[in-house]
Write a protein that binds this ligand. Structure first.
Ligand SMILES: Nc1nc2c(ncn2[C@@H]2O[C@H](COP(=O)(O)OP(=O)(O)OP(=O)(O)O)[C@@H](O)[C@H]2O)c(=O)[nH]1
Ligand SMILES: [Mg+2]
Length: 389
């Protein structure tokens, strides 16, 4: 069996090398991250991902014994290293035979390691027939562990003859993802019952713009009585930004700077259908400000608290941020800047860890058009790039 290893700064790039060299039907035997010295890890290029792949997945069920492999007559498995690895020059005094033997031993150990890590001989991590799917999931920026899990589930749940059809396998993966996406549905207004909806989140994610989109749609398209409250008193520009939208859409707006003012503002807007509340962006690390925010929301007796997150952020940042904001009583998630994201796979771990249902997605700066209620099938397909063609 010929095993080749490829190294690149990211898994995407390493898989692209596999695709280019072995074609689309390679099997991924094993992937691992190679980290440099811990003091050097922050230097770009020091961290690398290694992928071992093969076109022939008939891994022998038992490894040849070391001494057999070391004997000149036994054909050693060819392990090619794409990236040049510099080796120390052998000294003339060193015996050539023992040098060769130690190199063969090294190669043998590497092969044993690869096979062990692919868990079961003959059963690669990512089978040939699903290599396409695995690379698509990685290209979509799904974390590697989730991509592997989905590939395994597709493999187990799919009829063998259908696995060969890349489109069918991808559609199956999209259905698995879709089943994991919980949605809250758009904000529901009941006649005679005012609803208070607050938007919270980190700085610059698009809270104020999203409030403007929601306000314009409810006011101009659905003809509802809408009011705005902002607790962003830290920056004059932020208040002015919301006031500009309030003036254009012709909405009442209140600026509050204490919980008491919040109570008064809510009371003055008692006859409206919907109060949309804008808040200052908070760093997820600033616990004091997040607790201050909680005091305002408690005073407002918000019916819904939508956490606004930018889909451009990395998966682990998104999950950690959702965790930090949970204490203010978040009830739903709004994902913004879908138009700017290079891949949407980072959203799946967020949805798994936060447990929050999605309410809206926004995909541009245009008020009021670039917003839509979240739809699981459409999002799952967008994640896998199935709407691009
Ligand atoms: N591409 C894109 N840009 C967006 C989207 N939503 C908002 N923006 C832009 O993101 C920038 C920040 O938007 P804001 O609405 O001011 O963000 P914010 O969360 O209120 O910011 P702070 O109040 O400073 O915390 C603006 O330039 C918006 O036009 C979106 O869906 N796509
Ligand atoms: Mg704002």
């Amino acid at each position: 069996m010929e095993i080749k290893t490829y190294r690149a700064p990211s898994l995407q790039e390493a898989l692209a090398m596999v695709r280019e060299d072995l074609g689309p039907s390679a099997a991924v035997l094993h992937t691992r991250e190679i980290r440099g010295h811990r003091l050097l890890r922050w230097i770009p290029g020091v961290r690398q991902v290694e992928v071992a792949a093969s076109l022939d997945v008939n891994v022998p069920s038992r490894l040849p014994r070391r001494e057999q492999a070391a004997a000149p007559a036994a054909p050693a498995p060819e392990v090619q290293q794409r990236q040049a690895v510099s080796r120390p020059q052998s000294t003339p005094s060193r015996d050539l035979g023992s040098e060769l033997k130690s190199q063969l031993d090294g190669l043998q150990a590497m092969l044993a390691d690869l096979c062990r890590q692919s868990q079961v001989a003959g059963r690669p991590d990512v089978p040939q027939e699903l290599f396409h799917l695995f690379t698509d999931l990685i290209d979509a920026e799904l974390p590697e562990d989730i991509a592997r899990e989905l590939v395994q589930r597709v493999r187990e749940e799919h009829a063998v003859e259908e696995l060969a059809d890349p489109a069918a396998a991808k559609a199956h993966a999209a259905r698995l993802i879709e089943a994991e996406i919980a949605v809250a549905g758009p904000i529901q207004l009941t006649p005679g019952r005012r609803r208070v909806v607050a938007l919270v989140g980190p700085t610059g994610v698009g809270k104020t713009t999203t409030i403007a989109k929601l306000a314009a749609n409810f006011r101009l398209r659905e003809r509802r009585k809408v009011g705005l409250i902002t607790v962003d008193t830290y920056r004059i520009a932020a208040v002015e930004q919301l006031r500009t939208y309030a003036d254009i859409i012709n909405l009442p707006m209140k600026v509050v700077s204490t919980p008491r003012e919040m109570r008064e503002a809510i009371a003055q807007m008692a006859d409206l259908d919907l109060i949309l509340m804008d808040t200052a962006g908070r760093s997820p690390r600033d616990e004091v400000k997040i607790h201050e925010l909680k005091a305002f929301l408690t005073e407002a007796q918000a019916d819904e608290v939508h956490l606004v997150l930018s889909s451009v952020a990395g998966g682990s940042t998104l999950s950690r941020t959702a965790e930090r904001f949970a204490c203010v009583g978040t009830t739903a998630l709004i994902l913004t800047k879908i138009d700017e994201a290079t891949g949407l796979g980072n959203l799946l771990p967020l949805m798994r860890s936060s447990g929050l249902p999605l309410s809206y997605l926004t995909d541009g700066q245009n008020v009021p058009d670039d917003i839509q209620a979240a739809h699981p099938a459409a999002l799952a397909q967008a994640m896998l790039g199935m709407n691009d063609g």
